[in-house]
Design a protein around this ligand. Structure first.
Ligand code: CTP
Ligand code: ZN
Length: 153
């Protein structure tokens, strides 16, 4: 690294979500429900150069691990992402995200008439298909910009 380069610091304990599709870092934070008020250390890099992806985003969260549901949604936003668990400055676990079969309760169906948008005790449920995710209640398909349909937003 030359003196002209400035990198985000290493973290001591927490999770580094690396190789995030450029432009998706803020959606990843939204999935994690992080807005800064929680008090965790959070660092993000956007559009940083990457050998494999050209450019990428990176999200580092201190003192926090991810649930499987969070990783599942991240896989849809950023199919190439790697989730690194860091303890005492060392990466102790590294996993590529994998597309799940379905995602329950984490996305909102875009169809206003869908039962999941009525005032009923029904969680959204989407089947992951080749060209996106399909609502298991009304059949609506979300093909692009999955980050615009996060239930947390
Ligand atoms: N990282 C960090 N803090 C640490 C250790 C690692 O922020 N204490 C970050 C690194 O900066 C890197 C990511 O976690 O962005 C993965 O670290 P590492 O596996 O050491 O890097 P690479 O071998 O380059 O990862 P990959 O092969 O997945 O590209
Ligand atoms: Zn629906």
């Amino acid at each position: 690294m030359t003196e002209r380069e400035l990198r985000v610091s290493k973290i001591r304990d927490g999770t580094v979500i690396d190789h995030v599709t450029a432009g998706q870092a803020l959606n990843v934070l939204a999935v994690l429900g992080i807005d800064g008020d929680e008090g965790f250390g959070v660092s993000i890099g956007m559009n940083v150069p990457s050998d494999t992806l050209g450019k990428k985003d990176i999200v580092k969260v201190e003192g926090r691990e991810l649930s499987q549901g969070e990783v599942d949604i991240i896989s849809l936003l950023a199919p190439e992402a790697t989730v690194n668990i860091v303890r005492e400055y060392e990466v102790i676990e590294k996993n590529r995200v994998e597309r799940p079969e379905r995602v329950v309760g984490l996305l909102r169906c875009p169809n206003h008439n869908c039962i999941t948008n009525a005032d009923e005790p029904v969680s959204s449920s989407f089947r992951v298909v080749d060209d996106g995710v399909r609502c298991e209640y009304c059949g609506e398909i979300i093909r692009t910009d999955i980050g615009d349909h996060l239930a947390v937003n």
